[in-house]
Write a protein that binds this ligand. Structure first.
Ligand SMILES: *Cc1c(COP(=O)(O)O)cnc(C)c1O
Length: 394
């Protein structure tokens, strides 16, 4: 049992752990000692599920995609995280973490964001709970993701442009950690994916596990069997994927396929295929696979999708790939775009570019007609319309 969960030290195999500066030791320890008790507390669960249902709009539908099923020769279901409030799965996690922050007596929320999706989900719950919110965002991302910057500001968050490094997600995360070091006692850092020091990867996976909890009963209702043959999800840091597979990890009948961003091709020098290209290293408090050069300098990842270009990967996925519990496929920019247009035309659903990578993996997989396949559509495509319009096939 629990072969694929963290051990008592916060490791998946040799991935994970908490590599943090001395000054954060006490507050990370406090979080490690508190999170499970709170997450399993009945009154926390009641409040969390009430907000998931009435505020975020859960349960998200499990939709049988008939035309896509015909095309791929399987029974394909889409788990519709794109229909959540704020447009993606990220809200499942921010609702949970802000409830935890309040129970721990924290007064101030900080977050990092790349494309702005996690920043918006965090600013949203801070408005809801009337808590001050500071979001760190690379200056490059601030410039190219203006609509999300404006959303965060309208929601009352302070967006701080970060000018170090490449001015993207990695640099924003460094800056958020720096802020946390200055205010360890009153500030709660809401991390947006299954990354960061223990307990974040496990905590975020648990808060997203509502996805597979719902898939179970929804499949039982629709198929008369509560497990699929295959699960498919995209991985940036790995939170929607972790949520999708969580309750099926120990069930080896269920095959898991993860799609990472190949960018312009894994060997092109412009890629974010961390599991394929990464070597072991430490980033943002965890030991994991990391895109780095021969000297251990972090290499800048590239993907058409802002939510997938992170140089690291959640330690759970580094581990699942290593022990071959999950198969990892790299899906390139052009393959993701094609898949996004295909879903749009076959089912009338415009997916986020990140989710389009999971859809792009279908072409590389093998199915028999009776196979039940569940693919998580992590978010909707509104934020990606500029990119889609520029590449619209004539
Ligand atoms: C942020 C984001 C992702 C990538 O994050 P994970 O933690 O890997 O899930 C994927 N899809 C969408 C729509 C996102 O906003």
């Amino acid at each position: 049992m629990n072969k694929y969960q963290i051990n008592e030290k916060g490791y998946y195999g040799h991935f994970g752990g908490a590599y943090i500066p001395e000054i954060l030791y006490r507050c990370v320890k406090e979080l490690q000692d508190t999170y499970l008790t709170v997450l399993e507390d009945e009154s926390f669960k009641r409040e969390y599920h009430r907000l998931l249902n009435d505020y975020a709009g859960r349960p998200s539908p499990l939709y049988f995609a008939r035309r896509m099923s015909d095309k791929y020769g399987c029974r394909l279901y889409l788990k519709r995280e794109d229909l959540n409030h704020t447009g993606a799965h990220k809200i499942n996690n921010t609702i949970g973490q802000i409830l935890l922050a309040r129970r721990m007596g924290k007064k101030r929320i900080i977050a990092e964001t790349g494309a702005g999706q996690h920043g918006v989900a965090t600013a949203t719950v801070c408005a809801l709970m009337d808590m001050p919110c500071v979001v760190y965002m690379g200056k490059t991302d601030v410039e190219r993701q203006q609509p999300n910057v404006q959303r965060m500001q309208m929601l009352g968050a302070e967006v701080v442009p970060v000018t170090s490094g490449n001015m993207t997600l990695k640099d924003a995360t460094n800056e958020a950690i720096r802020d946390w070091c200055c205010h360890p006692s009153d500030t709660f850092y809401i991390i947006g994916s299954t990354v960061g020091p223990h307990p974040y990867p496990d905590m975020v996976a648990r808060l997203q596990s509502v996805i597979s909890e719902e898939i179970k009963w929804q499949l039982a209702e629709k198929e008369g069997c509560d497990y699929p043959d295959q699960l498919v999800a995209c991985v940036g840091g790995g939170s929607n994927a972790a949520g999708t597979i969580y309750h099926y990890l120990e069930d080896e009948r269920v095959k898991i396929t993860l799609a990472e961003a190949g960018g312009k091709g894994v060997d092109s020098g412009m890629s974010a295929a961390t599991i394929r290209l990464g070597r072991e290293g430490i980033i943002h408090g965890a030991r994991t696979l990391l895109m780095q050069d021969a000297d251990g300098q972090i290499e800048e990842p590239y993907s058409i999708s802002a939510g997938l270009d992170y140089p690291g990967i959640g330690p759970i996925h580094a581990y699942l790939a290593e022990v071959k519990r999950a198969e990892v496929l790299a899906v390139n920019d052009d393959e993701a775009l094609e898949a996004a247009f295909e879903l749009t035309r076959l089912e009338g659903i415009i997916p986020a570019l990140e989710s389009a990578h999971a859809l792009g993996a279908l072409k590389k997989m093998h199915f028999s007609p009776s196979d039940v396949v569940v693919l998580t559509v992590s978010g909707r495509g509104d934020k990606d319309m500029d990119t889609y319009i520029k590449t619209f096939p004539k």
